[in-house]
Design a protein around this ligand. Structure first.
Ligand code: PXG
Length: 289
């Protein structure tokens, strides 16, 4: 495997950055996770856009423009001769000293691109559905570390994931401080009730997921009513269907939440229909390489 770092390719074993990089010292940096299907990079423009928005928000100057970043992503996939790929872009604040001050890292930002594969959940759960739980760790508050910033600091999500794992589950639902549903640790959440779709609005401490947007777009095109609406756990428990969306997870059905069986305990009809349409769009849409 070849890893891109600041314009050069390195073998995996030689792909290294400084231990004084503030990405490591403080989680100070931003990232994106992107997928390519059969030589088509899905929603590349949207991912690059979000990367630059995250960077803008934390005042991190990316040493490439959007066009150059797009080219760097494509060349990394090509260098690795991958037909299907999971691409991780990381931009760190760069090498500084042992203090928070980002001015010490000026001009040192590291752009790292890794092209590999990913399997977020075991394959069997895509067929039979996941069982998930709500956990005590609340999602970062938008007024503290806004979940719209896809930063390298994922401890909030990791703590929630640990709580789910400790309880014997693979995924956690994170709530906001008022107890409304925010999102899962690396996925957005949807429910279906009476053939209408509901997902929390982005102001609820929810990342505006690109897969989430894609599902909303597919639903609208297919005349399925969609609502970006605050959701309580009760609404989740009484839903007909539930599923999660994310670049890594794609669309995964959920069949049990906090011990409550959702619908008939099997992946729902609308979930399967949307999954089929989603797969179709990954086959025909994207940036070809
Ligand atoms: N919420 C959070 C907190 C995320 O990190 C999503 C929702 C879904 O967003 P997209 O734009 O991907 O539909 C994410 C994305 C990983 C991994 O390695 C996680 C994500 C993406 C790629 C890889 O766990 N999370």
């Amino acid at each position: 495997m070849k890893v891109y770092i600041n314009g050069k390719f390195y073998d995996k074993k030689d792909a290294k950055i400084s231990v004084f990089d503030h990405g490591l010292l403080y989680g100070d940096g931003v990232f994106e996770g992107i997928r390519a299907y059969n030589r088509l990079v899905f929603k590349l423009k949207e991912h690059i856009e979000r990367l630059f928005e995250s960077a803008q928000s934390i005042m991190l100057k990316i040493p490439l423009n959007k066009n150059q970043m797009t080219k760097a992503v494509i060349s990394t996939i090509k260098e690795n001769k991958l037909k299907d790929a999971y691409i991780r872009i990381l931009v760190t604040r760069g090498e500084g000293d042992l203090g928070l001050d980002p001015r010490k890292c000026e001009g040192a930002a590291a752009v790292i691109i890794i092209a590999d594969t990913i399997a977020l959940y075991p394959e069997k759960f895509y067929k039979q559905g996941l069982e998930i739980i709500t956990v005590p760790t609340v999602r970062n508050l938008p007024e503290a570390v806004n979940p719209q910033i896809k930063s390298l600091n994922y401890l909030n999500n990791i703590l929630a994931k640990i709580e789910a794992i400790n309880a014997g589950f693979d995924e956690a639902i994170m709530l906001d401080t008022l107890g409304y549903i925010a999102e899962c640790t690396g996925d957005n959440i949807f429910i279906a009730k009476h053939n209408e779709l509901y997902t929390p609005p982005q102001c609820m401490g929810t990342l505006r997921g690109i897969t989430r947007d894609t599902v909303l777009e597919i639903a609208r095109k297919n005349r399925i009513p969609v609502h970006e609406h605050v959701l309580t756990r009760h609404e989740l428990y009484i839903s007909d269907e539930c599923f999660l969306t994310g670049t890594a997870a794609e669309i995964i059905p959920v069949v049990k939440v906090d011990g409550r069986v959702i619908g008939d305990g099997k992946p729902g009809e609308l979930t399967l229909r949307l999954t089929k349409k989603f797969k179709e769009s990954t086959k025909k849409e994207g940036t070809r390489y």
